[in-house]
Design a protein around this ligand. Structure first.
Ligand code: CA
Length: 222
C-alpha cells in the first residue's frame, strides 16, 4: 500500500515516513500542496496524509480540488488546531478523517488501517486465500499452520498480491503500490522479491500459490 504524505514540517514528515515504512507501507513525502497535487495527478496512491496549513496550496483547497476532479483516494487531514470548526471544514472539504497534532503515531497508524479497510468496502483485519492467511494488525503470516517469517518488503508485496488474489497484477501495479516514487523500473527487484516470497510461501507445498503470467505479471491464487 502506497501513501502520500503532504506535510511542510520536515521533522513531522520524516517521523511519519519512517514509522509507516517500518510497517511496510511505501511512502512518498512532499512539502507543499502544489507538489502534492502534481504527484497525485501522475501516480496512484492508496491513502493521503494531508496537513491543513501548507505553502502554495493549503490542505483544505487541495482536498476540495481533488474531490472535484474525481479523485477518491482516502484522506486523513492533520492540523495543529483542535478546533471543531477546522474539523468540520476538513470533513466538509472531502477528507475521510481528521487527526489533531500532536498525535500518537499508533493512532495515525490505526486510522490509516481503517481508511484502507474502507477502501475495500468491507471491514477486515485478515486476508485469507486458501490455507494462507495474513493478519493486517499483527503482520503474522501463516500457511497451513506454519508461521512464515517475512521481511517488511516481502510482507508488503504479499499483502498486495493477496488483496488482488485471483487477478493478474503487473510489475507496474506492484511498483506503484509496494514501492515509493524512487523505485527504478529498470531493475529486476520485483522479480527478486517474488522469488523470495515463493521460497517462503510455496516451497515445500504441492499447491503453488504464486504464478507468473508470461508477458503480463503475477497472480496469486489457490
Ligand atoms: Ca503545516
Amino acid at each position: 500500500m502506497r501513501i502520500l504524505v503532504i506535510e511542510d514540517e520536515v521533522k513531522i514528515a520524516q517521523f511519519i515516513k519512517r514509522g509507516l515504512k517500518e510497517e511496510g507501507y511505501a511512502v512518498d513525502v512532499v512539502n507543499d500542496g502544489e507538489e502534492g497535487h502534481f504527484l497525485l495527478s501522475s501516480n496512484e496512491y492508496d491513502a493521503i496524509i494531508l496537513d491543513l496549513m501548507l505553502p502554495k496550496v493549503d490542505g483544505l483547497t487541495l482536498c476540495r480540488t481533488l474531490r472535484t476532479e474525481g479523485n477518491q483516494t482516502p484522506i486523513i487531514m492533520l492540523t495543529a488546531k483542535d478546533a471543531v470548526k477546522d474539523k468540520v471544514k476538513g470533513l466538509d472539504s472531502g477528507a475521510d478523517d481528521y487527526l489533531p497534532k500532536p498525535f500518537a503515531f499508533e493512532e495515525l497508524l490505526a486510522r490509516v488501517r481503517v481508511l484502507l479497510r474502507k477502501k475495500d468496502g468491507r471491514v477486515q483485519t485478515q486476508l485469507k486465500v486458501d490455507d494462507l492467511s495474513l493478519d493486517l494488525l499483527t503482520h503474522k503470516v501463516i500457511r497451513a499452520d506454519r508461521e512464515i517469517d517475512l521481511t517488511v518488503k516481502e510482507y508488503a508485496l504479499l499483502e498486495y498480491l493477496m488483496r488482488n488474489a485471483g487477478n493478474i497484477v503487473t510489475r507496474t501495479m506492484i511498483s506503484e503500490h509496494v514501492w515509493d516514487i524512487n523505485f527504478d523500473t529498470f531493475t529486476n527487484v520485483i522479480d527478486v522479491y517474488i522469488n523470495y516470497l515463493r521460497n517462503k510461501i510455496d516451497s515445500g507445498f504441492d499447491n503453488k500459490m504464486i504464478h507468473t503470467v508470461r508477458g503480463k505479471g503475477y497472480l496469486l491464487k489457490k
